[in-house]
Design a binder for this molecule. Structure first.
Ligand code: GLC
Length: 742
């Protein structure tokens, strides 16, 4: 793929680039081998975000020049102190880079990234990252380990909450926006931070959705599904990439030369920094491809992985490897050069304390405009899954019974990666509805973990029975998604379904609000609960944002970035699937009998569950209706150097303003490899007043038609293509065909 990578230096002015390059080469020439190796060593300062590893004394390490970057520093003062040791007391005086996982906010916590992706609005992702960077850079942080760009097709994997869902294109657009938001136009500015596209590559394909499990991908699947969001991040100029824990082709990503040096660097043109994940260099031993830390260090430096997060492999082995002639010192030099370039573009050589300003921090964190931004993103991230008889929006004058521990749980709204977020910053749904609804009664109904006592149940039933409508908050605790939080069962934890069942029995209409970090198997709820709103884990403005939707101040426009399965048995179930040689057709044959001669028994399906998911990729309802009144292509045939324009006219046929996410899918029905039945290639949010219509135009080029062909190259193969336009992957309104000709 012709990825247009922008290196960090290429993003600088020529003067600044020359000055940084000169400073870096001068430093490099002055450093001893030991000092160079020290730069490549990264340690956690105050707390761990992974397995137990060696406990080098960080202060002494910085003083001795044995550490070049730190993560998980416990605050601005601590960061300043470590920087003073590095700059004013170590022999080389080279400043540290301070890193932290600022995933969806530093202190002003935004919706989890999967929620942001559900807005299908890259501007929301960019806004969130921009605010996060502004707050992080004011908190002594230079480098965030975000965005996660892992494509996730398995909701059992807890880290689907951390990225942008199952689709390569949507993930790419959102990831570009996040990189732009974090890095801005100038990494030396005091409100930008270095971003890090992670985890390179294929981490989201962990077998059975089990965290840190084996990944076994074809090269085609790697290139077609998991690589595109990294390519998009490189195009956005991301300044660092993080190794994944998993193997690719049975070789751990950190020590995989084909993956790092050959694919990421040589083929995709990435010139900047590769950092390991937590102890991922050391884990080459656990994977069984390194007999000891020395072998692990050799494999990783030769693969092109630069900075060693906490394993100590480089710190303890790299000098010896060079002195023994096993590793060429040039490999060390190039890794150190990449790190020094990062320190240069961050402006740390000019002012190592630029990011340590308590006054600026106190002014920026949790400011009113940041909270308002968090509320806007949280509003746009919500997905209306169903709304029978237009039960929603509610009226503030109604007697509303609010039920569920999650409705009043501040900490769970922050998600698993909460940086400096604090529960006391959160406005819960209960707090907001108490203020905005006169006739609100609250009954906990169930604890945050889903457990229900008889008393809780009885009180909830009574409260709901007396109300005009019930709003029931159900879902997962923040700790049930995120890293090391795989779940094999995807129904609502605990007795939440039983609680909903009892409340539905009261005949009072029930609205379920989902607070969760992943797609859930809510088939029963879908059948029995008239309205379901997916709110994800919405951050500090959870209450106002969800109330804005429930009470009709905001018409929900979110769309699912990831398929919801009927049941775990369907997984992996995703929209851009291959057709197979025996695609299922509708049948009324009773498959449990063995009907001799019934040819249509022998098709790709289950005996006991449907193939179709519960909710498809791109699904989402609105308080208004939209009609696609015209879909047209500006040509029936195109050549390789021509563009194709797709015009779509959408009308708001309802009685209130709303936003339709127009989705354009492509199908290449006959090619040298089996191609997906549909692939998202464009989308657009269209805001329309009642009765208003608009035409949106999408331009497609040959690059959009290209794929990893059987000839093992990216190319668009001549032949017929389908353009599918619609409201969701399973709600296609129009199909047009065109031909690519030689
Ligand atoms: C964790 C995560 C990674 C994170 C790193 C530092 O194990 O895998 O995403 O950035 O360690 O916290």
């Amino acid at each position: 793929m012709d990825t247009q990578t922008q290196s960090l230096l290429a993003q600088c002015s020529s003067e600044r680039r020359a000055a940084i390059e000169q400073r870096v080469e001068t430093l490099l020439s002055e450093l001893t081998l030991e000092q160079k190796v020290g730069q490549l060593n990264q340690l956690n300062a105050d707390f761990a975000t992974g397995t137990a590893v060696g406990d080098m004394d960080v202060e002494q390490g910085v003083l001795d020049g044995d550490i070049g970057s730190v993560l998980n520093v416990g605050g601005l003062d601590e960061a300043r102190r470590l920087q003073e040791l590095a700059v004013e007391e170590s022999d080389h005086g080279i400043p540290l880079v301070v890193a932290f996982d600022v995933i969806h906010g530093q202190r002003t916590i935004f919706p989890i990234p999967l929620g942001e992706a559900a807005s299908w609005n890259p501007e929301m992702a960019e806004l969130s990252a921009r605010v996060a960077a502004t707050e992080a850079a004011a908190s002594g942080i230079h480098w965030t380990f975000a965005p996660s760009v892992d494509v996730g097709r398995d909701p059992r994997w807890g880290r689907v909450m951390e990225a942008a869902g199952e689709d390569p294109y949507l993930s790419g657009e959102v990831s570009k926006a996040r990189v732009r938001g974090f890095q801005g136009d100038d990494l030396a500015a005091d409100d930008t931070v270095l971003a890090c596209a992670k985890h390179y590559v294929g981490y989201g394909a962990a077998e059975a959705g089990r965290e840190y499990n084996t990944v076994d991908l074809s090269e085609t699947a790697l290139r077609e599904v998991h690589l595109p969001p990294f390519e998009a991040s490189l195009e956005a100029g991301v300044g660092s990439v993080m190794n994944a824990f998993n193997v690719y082709d049975r070789i751990p990503a950190s020590g995989n030369e084909a993956l790092v040096d050959e694919l990421l660097r040589d083929e995709l043109g990435f010139e900047d920094l590769v950092v390991s994940d937590w102890n991922s260099f050391g884990e080459l031993m656990q994977h069984g491809v390194a007999g000891d830390l020395r072998e692990a260090a050799r494999a990783c430096i030769e693969a092109g992985s630069d900075v060693d997060m906490v394993s100590g492999a480089y710190a303890t082995e790299l000098v010896g490897l060079v002195e023994d002639g096993v590793v060429d010192e040039k490999l060390v030099d190039q890794a150190v050069r990449r790190l020094l370039v990062v320190k240069g573009v961050l402006g740390l050589f000019e002012d190592p304390y630029r990011y340590f300003d308590e006054d600026r921090k106190s002014k920026r964190l949790l400011s009113d405009d940041h909270r308002e931004a968090a509320r806007e993103v949280a509003r746009e991230s919500q997905v209306l899954l169903k709304n029978e008889d237009n039960l929603l929006p509610l009226d503030e004058t109604e007697e509303i019974a609010l039920v569920g521990g999650l409705a009043d749980s501040a900490t769970d709204m922050l998600g698993a990666w909460r940086a400096e977020g604090r529960p006391e910053d959160v406005t819960t749904l209960k707090t907001t509805l108490d203020e905005r609804v006169g006739g609100l009664t609250y009954a906990e109904g169930c604890d945050r973990d889903g457990s229900v006592t008889d008393d809780q149940l009885a009180a909830a039933v009574d409260a709901v029975a007396d109300a005009d409508v019930a709003v029931v908050a159900v879902g997962e605790r923040y700790s049930q998604s995120g890293e090391a939080a795989s779940r094999a069962h995807l129904d609502l934890p605990g007795d939440q379904r039983a609680l909903l069942d009892a409340l539905v029995e009261t005949e009072t209409p029930v609205v379920a609000v989902l607070f969760n970090g992943r797609p859930l198997a809510i088939d029963w709820e879908t059948e029995h609960v008239p309205a379901i709103l997916e709110a994800w884990l919405p951050g500090v403005e959870a209450g106002p944002a969800v109330a804005d939707v429930l009470l009709g101040d905001h018409n929900p426009s979110g769309r699912l970035p990831m398929t919801f399965p009927v049941t775990e048995g369907q997984i992996p179930v995703y929209y851009n699937r291959l057709q197979t040689g025996r695609p299922p057709e509708e049948t009324d044959v009773d498959l449990t009998e063995f009907p001799q001669g019934q040819a249509d028994k022998y098709l790709s399906r289950y005996l006991d569950i449907p193939n179709e998911p519960l909710y498809a990729f791109g699904h989402g309802e609105s308080y208004t209706e939209f009609a696609y009144t015209d879909v047209s292509l500006d040509a029936m045939t195109v050549t390789a150097d021509e563009t194709l324009t797709v015009d779509v006219t959408v009308e708001n046929t309802g009685d209130r303003a709303g936003t339709e996410v127009v989705q354009v899918y492509l199908r290449d029905p006959v090619a040298s490899r089996a191609r997906p039945v549909q692939e998202l290639v464009r989308f657009e949010n269209v805001n329309l007043d009642a009765g208003e219509s608009a035409t949106v135009s999408f331009e497609l080029t040959t690059s959009d038609l290209s794929f990893w062909t059987a000839a093992e190259e990216y190319a668009a193969e001549p032949g017929e293509f389908e353009i599918q336009v619609g409201h969701a992957a399973d709600d296609i309104i129009a199909v047009e065909t065109f031909e690519l000709v030689e």
